[in-house]
Design a binder for this molecule. Sequence first.
Ligand code: R5P
Length: 311
Amino acid sequence: MNVSLVAGQANPRLAEAIAGDLGVELTHRIVERFPDSETHVELMESVRGKDVYLLQPTAPPVNEHLVELTLLADACRRDGAARITAVVPYFGYARQDRRAKGLEAIAGRLSADLIAASGVQRLVVVDLHTASVEGFFDVPVEHLSAAPLLVRRLRSHVENGVVVAADLGAVKLAERYATALSLPMAVVHKLRLGPESVKAMGIVGDVAGRTPIIVDDMIGTGATIEVAACALGAARSNPGAIVAASHLLLVGAAVERLAALRLERLVGTDSVPVATGLPLPLEVVSLGRMLAEAIGRLTRDEPLGDLAWHG
Ligand code: R5P
């Protein structure tokens, strides 16, 4: 079965990196908006009989990129692709995994259904908001983790550090960092009051006199990191916190918030495009090689082993 790589518009640079690593060309396609804002996609080459890998994180604008992903999958399915694997390094809507306040939609589940209904037969994701989101999908999910890449980047800077889970949801991820870096761990007890409003209720663990390495799956508005850093300062941690997050969405006032914290380092990945020239100590590690390796192994039906999420 020949491989075809089809990319949406969400992260062209990462798509090029993956294609370059695999030594294949991206399939030519058109993605355009009709005047009424409908999305229209068209493959310019056939993928009939191909093992298709569809590259598209649901980066902001999330809805547009999700629709693009489903339309591209539908186009591949209708053309007769042998198998369609969606590679979604950042899966948006994963935070809406339950009816937290009642009378809400479970958008994570619905997005999973939409993706599967569009013809996607298998999904590759990186550091899902919670691992249990995998259960929303009826198709197989290969859950990878960027943590080993980020840990490798952090290793040189961990003297007297403490790994801090930015909230209770980040505990599993933080455990992984703490083990790999041989550091103690602490957890911020965070309460979310609204989309851009969170409050730190306390810290579990000893952070006084230690340099915090705050770990989270994603940074959206930066509010979580802001309250975590402030709570850590109040608990007498060392100044100059380090932050590691898999997905750097940096929306809303995130850049201003994080800049004001005077972080020592902000380490993340290119699962979504990250602007250059920001006033932040950013270190962006590319997922290109890891995703290319995963695609290579999947085409050969080999296990993903060390690339997979463990938690
Ligand atoms: C929430 O539970 C996530 O793990 C992140 O902590 C959160 O989504 C980050 O969003 P923000 O940067 O807007 O606080």
